[in-house]
Design a protein around this ligand. Sequence first.
Ligand code: DGT
Length: 565
Amino acid sequence: MQQLAALAFIRGDVAEETLLKRAAELVRTQRIQSDADLEPLFHAPPAGSDPDVLKRLRQMYEAGGWVLLESMLADVPADLRWLIESGAITIEQIAAAHRALDVTSAADIAASIREQMLRRVAGIGEPVEAAVAAALPGIRAAIPRIPLGRAAAIAEPLLAHLRALPGVAWAEPVGSLRRGQDMVGDIELVASLADPTDAIEQILALPDASHPLHRSARRVYMLMERVQVGLRFPEPSNAGAALLYLTGSAAHFAALQTHADSAGFRLTPTGLHTRDGVLREAAVEDDIYRALGLPTIPPEIRDGDDEIAIASRGELPALVTRRDIRGDLHMHSTWSDGRDSIDAMVAACRALGYEYMAITDHSPTSAATRNLTIDGVKRQADEIEGLRARYPEIAILQGCEVDILPDGRLDFPDRVLELFDIVLASLHEPAGQGSDQLMKRYVTAMRHPLVTLITHPTNRLVPHRAGYDLDYDRLFEAAVETRTVVEIDGSPSHLDLDGALARRAIAAGAEVAIDSDCHRAEMLDRQMQLGILTARRGWVEPRHVVNTRSLADVRAAIARKRAGR
Ligand code: DGT
């Protein structure tokens, strides 16, 4: 019963905690030693007994206490549950840590260990702290991760909701989601808001929100689409510190701590302190970076390798943003496996403010569920011509995503390819050939004057299939030599090139395109955003990206390669 009450306390369920404590009190005062003692109690309860307390006792008696314990354990924030299940710490100890240090996640626990706070909580001590520290990496490695696209789809509406609330200065995702990692461990959002009482009520009242796994004055955890979502509302005066710590990465934060030491400060998860221990409040993250003599480092590159050194030298690049994107060069329509008509895609692209877009349906023998046929090309051109008249504000390019065949030839004859405004080429099949053969196919396609762009070059499928095992530096060299653009594809199952490869591509001098590869009009924006997030992870700047340029420049580049100039 004490354990159940401790779990109710962690959840912030005051009514349940009170009920359980009173049930425990009744058991104690009535000297109940075993289940057998309960029957008489139910039949003849002492005068004045609370029927709710008796009901809860009966429930435990009938279901078995451990069943309730299991189900209640499943309903606390996941990191705490996993820690308890690891055996490193007991329910009562976690509850004590929660009471003393407000821990609700692995990040909080890690912070309390780092500051040697956990060991000082009554009933915990150094051995338990050490056991928890030892258990944390295993727990982190074992947690189920969700693809970035799914996490973004859950987080986006919540963020929009938070940002529209009165008094919210800012709201951001944190952790791997904010850094744009392909796979995300958990969804946590942080917002700066003086009094979050109403915000928490509103969020919990959303149709998709479960009952809270934890609820307190400035935090709430719940499930949305079976995924845990945490929201934190730190005091606005120092909310920037929470955002910085929780964004991570752990390696970036550690490197920043070292930098802070050398700049005469002490940086902890609670914020930036002067040497004599005075907290320098930070309403926004920028306050901390500025105090440390650094520009604000974009979350996507907070990897803890070279970013702080580069920022210290004042050499941080201005990474590409959504505002830089002038068009989307890769999307599908009902002419192949897209769900929406070209009309719908054009209307959506126009609403996004693009100056140009390319409809790039699949070629005849591609493995897509539907493909553009040779006959279809002319009819599609007619349809596009009609739409050009209806949508004069946006240039509609007729393109295709042509498969690279096993021998390197393309899946449309040249006389057909010449009809397109832009040709994207791709490998689609899982790696059935050796890397040399795949590379040969890529290079042959790149040498083709009509091929402007190679889509999703590694052809991975997040999270199920790793990309081709190729010599990517050689591929990027070939891209430079042949003046072929390589893509950063924002489709959540691709995110390809990923950040690390994108960084190598631009270092080699290759040009990239950031595309949505969208099959549904309503996803155009999100997939472009995911592409940009991925490009930013690769330190990509607007100058590296072909679709930050004017349509005239894009057309000129296509024409130059076609003319062999
Ligand atoms: P995830 O959730 O596994 O995808 O990865 P993150 O990076 O989102 O990690 P999470 O959610 O456990 O913690 C959020 C942030 O809190 C993390 O990015 C940095 C900070 N943090 C967590 N654990 C540690 C730690 O052990 N040391 C330090 N310095 N920071 C930590």
